[in-house]
Write a protein that binds this ligand. Structure first.
Ligand code: PRP
Length: 178
C-alpha cells in the first residue's frame, strides 16, 4: 500500500465486481440501442475505461473536462475546460464521473448537455459521498456510497497525485492538511 494512504476503502477486487455490475446494467438497459458514453476528465478515466471494455451495446466514447476544484476546496462555479466532439442531439448519453460530492459539477454538466437535446441523459458515478448535496442531483448508476473521507486512487487525486493507484483509499490527514 502507498505510504500516504491511511486505509484502503475499496479494493481492486471490489472495484472489478462493481464495474462488472454496472456494465451489465447498462448492457441490459440499452439493449437494441446505441449510446454515447462521456468521460469527465480526469478523475473518471480508469473507471470509464473499465466500464467501456465491458459494454456490449454499440457505443461511442467522448471526453469533457470541467473543473471547480483547486487542491482541496470547491471554488464555486464549475468551468468548462474541454467540450465533447459529438453531436448528442437525439442520442442516448451516459455521463461517467468518478465522484458525486456537492453535486455542483454534475448539475452544471447535466444542464449544459440537456440544452443540446439528447434523447436520454443518464449519470453513472463510481462514488457517491454521503454528504448533503448542494444541488438536486442523483446518479442512475452508482458504484459505491462512500464515507466523507479524503478519497484518492483509481482516478481520484490530491494535487494530481495518486490517480494511478489501483484501489480507492483514504489519504492520511497529515498529507492533505500540510
Ligand atoms: C472532482 C471530481 C468531480 C467533482 C465532484 O473534479 O472528479 O468532477 O470534483 O465534486 P462536486 O460534486 O462537489 O462538484 P476535479 O475538479 O477535482 O477534477 P478532476 O476530475 O480532474 O480531478
Amino acid at each position: 500500500m502507498d505510504p500516504d494512504i491511511d486505509r484502503i476503502i475499496f479494493t481492486q477486487q471490489e472495484i472489478e465486481r462493481c464495474t462488472d455490475r454496472i456494465a451489465r446494467q447498462i448492457n441490459a438497459d440499452y439493449a437494441n440501442e446505441s449510446v454515447i458514453v462521456i468521460s469527465v476528465l480526469k478523475g473518471s478515466v480508469l473507471f470509464f475505461s473499465d466500464i467501456v471494455k465491458k459494454l456490449t451495446v454499440p457505443c461511442e466514447m467522448d471526453f469533457i473536462a470541467i473543473s471547480s476544484y483547486g487542491n482541496t476546496a470547491s471554488s464555486g462555479k464549475p468551468q468548462l475546460k474541454k467540450d465533447i466532439d459529438a453531436d448528442i442531439c437525439g442520442k442516448n448519453v451516459i455521463i461517467i464521473e468518478d465522484i458525486l460530492d456537492t453535486g455542483k459539477t454534475l448539475k452544471s454538466l447535466c444542464d449544459l448537455l440537456k440544452r443540446r437535446n439528447p434523447k436520454t441523459l443518464k449519470i453513472c458515478v463510481l462514488l457517491d459521498k454521503k454528504v448533503k448535496k448542494a444541488c438536486e442531483i442523483s446518479a442512475d448508476y452508482t458504484g459505491f456510497e462512500v464515507e466523507d473521507a479524503f478519497v484518492v486512487g483509481y482516478g481520484l487525486d490530491y494535487a494530481q497525485k495518486y490517480r494511478n493507484l489501483p484501489y480507492i483509499g483514504a489519504l492520511k490527514e497529515e498529507i492533505w492538511k500540510k
